[in-house]
Design a protein around this ligand. Structure first.
Ligand code: SF4
Length: 241
């Protein structure tokens, strides 16, 4: 489902004067710019394969070279929390994944996730690791990237976040090359990540051979999980799946 499928009145709003008028009509502390809301199978992380509603927020200040959601950098629709909740509820799913872009770049995101938790959903957030995760509601599962050198955005890692991880959280490395693998292996050891969260190694799509990465992990006996992007295997690399 794409943004045009959102269950919200007058939801076909793009940039410009109309969008500005709509934004001003929504409560300032209960509005977010949304790229798309759709129902699919979770393609990554520990709930991989589970039917999930995805709430993709517009915008990201990073520019990872492998980014597969650049369409979410701009555009989207301003929606109130009530409209987002209504769009999520219509799918009848247990899991909700708040993603982007970088969802935490919009300051109202944390409050939306509290509302989703209060409504009984199991909520996860996918974040680049560039924003402070310490203040998020403890019911939320944080799936946090640590950006490798191959991403081009290593300098954006907020290393202080590691001290705030919980066992229910997940740390994800997108591996682009052997050099990235060796870097990530060093970080896992240096920060003793296996004691702090589940560690995920994900091969960068069409850049790092998954079998090669699997063999490296096994050979080095790393305490990490290899993950493939299930949604891309099933439906290809496209929006809304
Ligand atoms: S943080 Fe995520 S959304 Fe932003 S550029 Fe990197 S991969 Fe894309």
């Amino acid at each position: 489902m794409s943004a045009s499928d959102l269950n919200a009145p007058d939801s076909i709003v793009s940039d410009g004067q109309e969008a500005s008028a709509r934004k001003d009509a929504l409560p300032p502390t209960e509005r977010l710019k949304i790229s798309e809301i759709f129902y699919s199978l979770q393609g990554e992380a520990l709930t991989s394969g589970a039917p999930t509603v995805f709430v993709r927020l517009t915008g990201c200040p990073l520019r990872c070279q492998y980014c597969d959601t650049a369409y979410a950098f701009h555009g989207g629709q301003w929606l109130s929390f009530d409209q987002i909740l209504a769009a999520v509820r219509q799918h009848g799913a247990r899991y909700v994944c708040v993603t982007g872009g970088e969802p935490l770049a919009q300051k109202n995101c944390a409050s939306l996730m509290v509302r989703l938790c209060d409504a009984g959903f199991e909520v996860s957030v996918e974040t680049s690791g560039a924003y402070d995760i310490s203040g998020l509601d403890t019911r939320i599962v944080r799936v946090m990237d640590l950006k490798t050198p191959g991403s081009g955005e290593e300098s954006r890692n907020r290393w202080e976040n590691i001290a705030h991880l919980r066992q229910s959280d997940q740390v994800k490395f997108v591996i682009c090359s052997r050099d990235d693998y060796l870097w990530a292996k060093g970080i896992v050891k240096e920060y003793e990540l296996k004691h702090k969260a589940t560690v995920l190694f994900s091969p960068s799509f069409e850049q790092q051979d998954p079998t090669e990465l699997a063999n490296w992990v096994l050979k080095d006996r790393l305490p990490v999980r290899l993950q493939l992007q299930l949604h891309k295997l099933l439906w290809g690399d496209k929006p809304g799946v």
